[in-house]
Design a protein. Structure first.
Length: 125
């Protein structure tokens, strides 16, 4: 229970730290791509917050990783992982499939592992 609460609080803290909240202002926005809030009956509504994904490093089968893993994870998630051996990455990807229900085909698992090892593999092993 304590770990679950800690995980939720950590996620909230990371989300708050990652988002940049600008002070409220009635001044027109300078960026034409950002739409101002619409006001109707005193209620402000805004369009979806733009999400900017980090560029992931190039590597073999990056496209397979993107097609199968960012459905559940942000691209940033893999960049926060420590360097793992191929054996550990294989176990992690297998866990995503068996324990968490990831819906990728078994035949792409080696390609996903290849990409993860290429960008976050333990070079000492």
């Amino acid at each position: 229970m304590r770990n679950s609460i800690f995980s939720v609080l950590s996620l909230i803290a990371l989300t708050m730290a990652a988002s940049r909240v600008a002070p409220a202002s009635d001044a027109p926005l300078k960026d034409p791509k950002v739409e101002p809030a619409q006001v109707a009956d005193g209620v402000r509504s805004v369009p979806a917050y733009p999400v900017v994904w980090p560029d992931l490093p190039a590597g073999p089968d990056k496209d397979v990783y993107l097609a199968n893993c960012v459905t559940c994870h942000s691209q940033r998630y893999v960049l926060t992982q420590p360097p793992f051996s191929r054996k550990v990455w294989t176990a992690e990807v297998d866990k995503m499939k068996k324990s968490y229900g990831a819906s990728f085909d078994d035949k792409v698992m080696p390609q996903i592992v290849n990409y993860l090892v290429s960008i976050r593999g333990d070079r000492a092993q």
